[in-house]
Design a protein around this ligand. Structure first.
Ligand SMILES: [Zn+2]
Length: 325
């Protein structure tokens, strides 16, 4: 086993980047930061930008290169983990097809891995969260999009070229709303936080008295998925109707995945998981109706235990697993 105590882990989102120096013993974060992601940078500047962020993080945490086992960079999209390149990253177009892992490794002098953000989150839950000691688990990150990471036999399942777990793009509704991937009616286009807020904004055009409008300060365009959940809790029928539709699609997507993989556990994370029982209980109902009965009875559906830190902790786990091989 290597002796370096720390891993550096980045979880780069289309809006924010979470970064942390994580201790190997129990995932204690020595230092963490959330920064706005520079999506505007031209491709040639991206490696230096990442290196700058990593060096600043190490300086703030006061760790030397010799104390660090490696670096993990999580990105939203299809990532080829073997080549350390992002193949398709719709929210970070300028980051695509760069040998980012190699470029960062050369400049900093530490082994560096790239991984899909949702895979990092699934590994975080496996290491320290809801999926500890579970053989087969699937972790959903429900936010702007829907990301998933699949753990089979205690290992991350990456598929043929690193693209497994694109469950957000499970086709659900032919001719449904257009998805960021270009197709129509993907699960993500029907049941992500952005799909919920989009449908709510459309619904209040017919119901201007909805509590959602008041909660958004009178601005329909300011309705977020949090507002939809809050209005539904307060008894707003229009908000409840928007949620019922979205959560039925989400439950159907999850039921399909349960039928395909017979997981022991489904973990729901991401921003929408903050709704707690309001999310969990309809999903359990829909899964009960649509998944094969013995499989639905076997699976546990729970909320994340690590919240927004799942991704950075999972990235650190990845670093330590490589370092200890
Ligand atoms: Zn899609």
């Amino acid at each position: 086993m290597s002796t370096q105590k720390y891993a550096i882990s980045l979880d780069v989102g289309g809006t924010f980047t979470k970064a942390a120096v994580v201790d190997r013993t129990g995932g204690q974060c020595l230092f963490k930061a959330a920064l706005a992601t520079r999506t505007d940078l031209p491709s040639p500047q991206v490696p230096d930008y990442l290196v700058e962020q990593i060096r600043a993080l190490m300086a703030d945490a006061e760790v030397a290169t010799g104390d660090v086992a490696g670096i993990s960079i999580g990105l939203p999209g299809v990532i080829n983990q073997r080549t350390g390149r992002a193949i398709s990253c719709p929210n970070l177009r300028n980051w695509e097809d760069l040998p980012l892992a190699d470029q960062v490794a050369q400049r900093i002098g530490l082994p560096t891995w790239m991984e899909k953000d949702a895979n990092q989150a699934a590994l975080g839950e496996l290491w320290l969260g809801a999926a500890r000691q579970i053989e087969h688990s699937i972790c959903f990150t429900l936010g702007t999009g829907i990301g998933t990471g699949i753990i089979l036999n205690g290992q991350l399942y990456r598929g043929g070229m690193g693209g497994a777990g694109e469950i957000g793009h499970l086709p659900i509704l032919p001719n449904g709303p257009q998805c960021g991937c270009g197709n129509h009616g993907c699960l993500e286009a029907l049941a992500s936080a952005s799909a919920v807020s989009r449908e709510a904004r459309a619904a209040v055009e017919q119901d201007s008295q909805s509590a959602m409008v008041a909660l958004a300060g009178g601005q329909a365009e300011a309705i977020t998925s949090e507002i939809v959940f809050a209005a539904a809790r307060a008894g707003d029928a229009t908000a409840q109707c928007v949620l019922d539709t979205a959560l039925e699609y989400l439950g159907i997507g999850i039921a399909s995945i349960i039928n395909a993989f017979n997981p022991d556990l489904i973990v729901l994370g991401g921003g929408m998981a903050q709704a707690g029982e309001q999310l969990l209980s309809p999903i359990r109902n829909v899964v009960g109706q649509h998944a094969r009965r013995p499989l639905a009875e076997h699976v546990n559906i729970v909320l994340t235990e690590l919240g927004s830190m799942a991704g950075v902790l999972g990235g650190a786990y990845l670093v330590f697993s490589h370092a200890d091989r």
